[in-house]
Design a protein around this ligand. Structure first.
Ligand code: GLA
Length: 518
């Protein structure tokens, strides 16, 4: 009996031991599968032959999730992250919106994550990421940029460059065929003759480098030299895009470590304009390196001997208006990316007044490309866009599909009187003269002694706006030319008042002493 009990006890103990072992092994394997700590890679092949990558770097402590997401253009820290072992979620504060974070959530399936992300103003994006090595996404070693020295002025952009850029409308869908058709259209619809001569290919043209390190276009651009020849044959010029980082903002090949070689290639192709976009350079360099890094490409372009307009695109970090000319730049972005919404235009355009002293022939502040005609704003808002950019002596780079634009869009882009303000040879930039609530008056002195003035209404309802001659330093009776209705009112004394539609503008030229315009 006792013996039997002992045997039973032993058997029971062995059963418990086995159960414990089973549970322990099972539990620990579930726990390790659910531990998100480490790196996860999402790769995507685009139709043009490029592969873009996103690396998620996670540190899991209990249910708390910290870490960062590495994009081709830079990295963002995650916040509010947590996981229950099966699912996870976190937020990302994005550069475009400091109030609304991007929202990420997902599920864990062994060594694979199913992720759903939603950026402010965008639809959900679904993707998969797989476990990857611990160095994935790390930038290459830093190449020390040369010491600072002045790069000679290239003699270009005596007035703000005008033309077209592919990004705002086409993004990754730009191609050789699109560029040819845009050139054909602009050569025949009056745009080229009005001054819009630069046809600029933005990001996503880049392919892989050949064995000698020469950059090659991807399959959307079979022959860039032939394309440049074509655009030149239309009496226009061709622009291109790159980054001082290893990758562009779209995740394509950048110029890092190949600056001189790329500049030579652009010159061989017959390129006339380079937009050089910071993007992933921010993962290697600090903001205090911006000037030296941009100087490197300035030197490289200068060394080619070809006149190439040089446009910096670093979103206004470290005040490029103070050092842009000394790195050989003709223009520099002063802001983050514009979008086709009134709030973006309002935020960007009206914040430029303090930069007026830095604009001059050959060297321009650039509040980003035009959105006129892209469909996200009313025609009144687009007239405000065009008028403000002209007053700011900003580059006028149309960003719409000019092949199919409406008559109203065409009329806005082709308003010769407004273009003439933008292109005034004195190159002074407008300043804000007065502000009362949503109503603002901006003025730009012109080379003939007259003044271009914008009466703006940033508010949600129509408003009466008055501009007083005394505020402008005008003492005499003047003629007022309305640059949108193309009419002149002669002999206006002391002030001028108009009703201005919501988000709209009345743009005038004040000619004094009295000159009768016909
Ligand atoms: C950045 C620039 C944009 C555009 C994109 C392309 O966001 O600011 O103007 O060039 O990159 O990827």
């Amino acid at each position: 009996m006792v013996r039997f009990s002992n045997r039973r006890l032993t058997a029971t103990l062995i059963c418990f031991l086995l159960l414990w072992l089973f549970l322990a092994v099972g539990f620990s394997s579930t726990a390790s599968a659910a531990d998100l700590t480490g790196r996860w890679l999402h790769e995507e092949n685009t139709a043009d032959g490029n592969t873009t990558q996103i690396v998620l770097v996670f540190q899991q402590t209990g249910s708390q999730l910290t870490g960062k997401i590495i994009f081709s253009w830079g990295e963002l820290k995650i916040s509010n992250g947590s996981t229950d072992g099966k699912t996870f979620h976190f937020d990302l504060m994005t550069p475009a919106d400091d109030k609304n974070p991007a929202k990420y959530q997902g599920s864990i399936q062994g060594d694979e994550l199913q992720i759903s992300s939603r950026w402010p103003g965008n639809n959900n994006t679904e993707y998969t990421a797989r476990r990857t090595s611990n160095d994935m996404g790390e930038p290459p070693a830093r190449i020390e940029p040369p010491a600072l020295h002045p790069v000679p002025y290239n003699g270009l952009a005596a007035t703000p460059p005008m033309g077209w850029n592919s990004w705002n409308h086409f993004e990754g869908k730009v191609s050789d065929a699109v560029v040819r058709e845009i050139a054909d259209t602009m050569a025949s619809n009056g745009m080229r003759d009005a001054g819009y001569v630069y046809i600029n290919i933005d990001d996503t043209w880049e392919g892989k480098r050949d064995e000698a390190g020469n950059i090659r276009p991807n399959n959307k651009f079979p022959d860039l030299k032939a394309l440049a020849d074509y655009v030149h044959s239309k009496g226009m010029k061709l622009g291109i895009y790159s980054s001082p980082g290893p990758k562009t903002c779209g995740g394509y090949e950048g110029s890092y470590g190949h600056e001189e070689q790329d500049a030579r290639t652009y010159a061989q192709w017959g390129i006339d304009y380079l937009k050089y976009d910071w993007c992933s350079a921010g993962r290697i360099y600090r903001n205090t390196d911006l000037q030296a890094v941009y100087q490197k490409m300035g030197d490289a372009l200068h060394a080619t001997g070809r006149p190439i307009v040089y446009r910096l695109c670093e979103y206004g970090m470290d005040d490029p208006w103070k050092w842009g000319p000394s790195v050989g730049a003709n223009l520099w972005r002063t802001t983050g990316d514009i979008t086709d919404h009134w709030s973006a235009l309002d935020y960007t355009g009206f914040a430029q007044s303090d930069l007026a002293p830095f604009a001059a022939p050959g060297h321009w502040n650039d509040p980003d490309m035009l959105e006129v005609g892209n469909g996200g704003m009313t025609d009144d808002e687009y007239r405000t866009h065009m008028s403000l950019w002209a007053l700011l002596a900003a580059p006028l780079l149309a960003g719409n599909d000019v092949r199919t634009m409406s008559a109203a869009t065409r009329e806005i882009l082709l308003n010769r009187e407004v273009i003439a303000i933008d292109q005034d040879p004195a190159g002074h930039q407008a300043k804000r003269i007065s502000k009362q609530g949503d109503v603002e008056v901006w003025a730009r002195p012109l080379s003939d002694g007259s003044l271009a003035v914008g009466l703006f209404n940033r508010g949600p309802a129509d408003a009466d706006v008055t501009v007083r001659w005394s505020d402008l330093g005008v003492s005499k009776t003047s003629d007022v030319r309305d640059l949108w209705t193309h009419t002149t009112i002669e002999g206006v004394r002391d002030s001028y008042a108009r009703k201005v539609p919501r988000h709209g503008v009345v743009m005038i030229k004040i000619q004094t002493p009295r000159v009768v315009s016909k």
